[in-house]
Design a protein around this ligand. Sequence first.
Ligand code: IPM
Ligand code: MG
Length: 370
Amino acid sequence: MPNYRIAWLPGDGIGIEVCEAARMVLDAVEFPADYIRGDIGWEFWRKEGDALPARTVDLLRSTDCAFFGAITSKPAPEAQRELAPELQGRGLSYRSPIVRMRQLLDLYVCLRPCKSFPGNPLNYRENIDLVVFRENTEGMYIGVEFPRVPEKFFEEPGMARIPRDAAISIRSITREGSRRIVEAAFQYAVRNGRRKVTAVHKANVLRATCGVFLEAAQEVAARYPQVQFDTANVDAICMWLLKNPQNYDVIVTTNLFGDILSDLCAQLVGGMGFGYSGNIGEKYAVFEPTHGSAPKYAGQYKVNPIATILAAEMMLDWLGEKDKGARIEQAVAAVVAAGKVRTYDMGGSASTLDMARAVCEALSAARVVG
Ligand code: IPM
Ligand code: MG
């Protein structure tokens, strides 16, 4: 069988270091792949006015899936200032490349598992094992925003009380978008023997948009009587997740709520060093650690690569290389449980690559035993 073709997008900041660590583990598990490097990130915004150049989009379209590290993004005024002088004044505006990849390739599932590995000193509680399904293509992240209210909006009676200088963001929730993310959550529950799916919304206030989501969730749930279904308001579940995190299993929600909730859930099991994501569509997927580029740590080989290593595991699972994926997870679990190699976030002094090496050693130890 020919090698898998992986678009390799380390990005910038610590993205580069954590991807190097993940590659060591992918090589140690003998994953047969060609890695084709792609340009993405702040540098390309500054030099070319596009953080996701067209050649990178072509690369995504010609590979099996992509692996992404992290990139720096800055607020609009700084983004404009840092643009190369010859590109200034052309009306270019920065948009997050990861959000664009999700939308361009219709990667509608953002899958974010949060599991407390035994022995992790950062666990908020033991025995947490939940998964967030975040809708990844619509909601608050469609990029339709107005720095001032367009005049014609005032034709709507509901807009009468809005000051003219208000900034407006549009949130769009579709029936189909809601149906397919909830369906994905239920399918995952069935395939992985999960007991419950919780749909998270705020339909008491956002009646139109969350109403659509909730109705779609109820319709899908009715087709899966073997899986428990419940619903929760997003504010309330933030509290309950801290109170009883073990009560949750599969959580499914809209884009912005999923962004926020998945950081909360990651913190329950160790924070950003343990938060990883699959952005998954019907035919393509992009795997990444959930954290950002942490510019203040860039180049220090200090941050925890476990999130990125687990993202590699998820990539292998998605490609059907489940044995190799399972071996990576066992190796990570063994290193965490042994507690000898810990990065600074875990209270230790091991470097990014020390941690990767420890995982590689645990992989070969498991092989000798197995
Ligand atoms: C995430 C991140 C991104 C998001 C940012 C970097 C645009 O926070 O993947 O959760 O908001 O989706
Ligand atoms: Mg986020």
